[in-house]
Write a protein that binds this ligand. Structure first.
Ligand SMILES: [Fe+2]
Length: 126
């Protein structure tokens, strides 16, 4: 059974999927169950992944890490996502870019998530 907006990863081919309609079945890739990515909320070790959010009148500025997360070809933040009011806005990033995204500020409560290709999923509620 999946739930809306869950993130699953295949440990073999590294496919990553987000559930956009939940169902009773199990997600399978490369012949095995996909792994549910549980969003972490606290940093461990030197690399910082927790989204740092600054809200202005016009913008929601999200930076990944109190110290900017690496954006190298082998290790980088792949995307930053804003979930609010049954909507999803996602900014994809590439190595070499700043680990940052700018969204329109939501009126209500929201969740910001970020995905590191090595360390997985982080989130913060705003
Ligand atoms: Fe990382």
């Amino acid at each position: 059974m999946t739930r809306l907006n869950q993130i699953y990863k295949c440990d073999i081919c590294t496919n990553v999927v987000e559930v956009i309609h939940s169902g009773a079945g199990e997600l399978v890739c490369c012949g095995q169950s996909m792994k549910l990515m549980v969003a972490k909320t606290k940093d461990q070790g030197q690399e910082k992944h927790t989204p740092v959010v600054e809200k202005t009148q016009d913008q929601l500025i999200v930076k990944i890490g109190s110290i900017p997360h690496p954006m190298e070809s082998e290790h980088y933040i792949e995307w930053i996502e804003l979930l609010f009011d049954n909507k999803v806005k996602r900014q994809y990033l590439k190595p070499g870019q700043e680990p940052k995204a700018i969204f329109s500020p939501p009126q209500n409560k929201a969740t910001v998530r970020a995905y590191c290709n090595v360390h997985g999923l982080w989130h913060v509620n705003i």
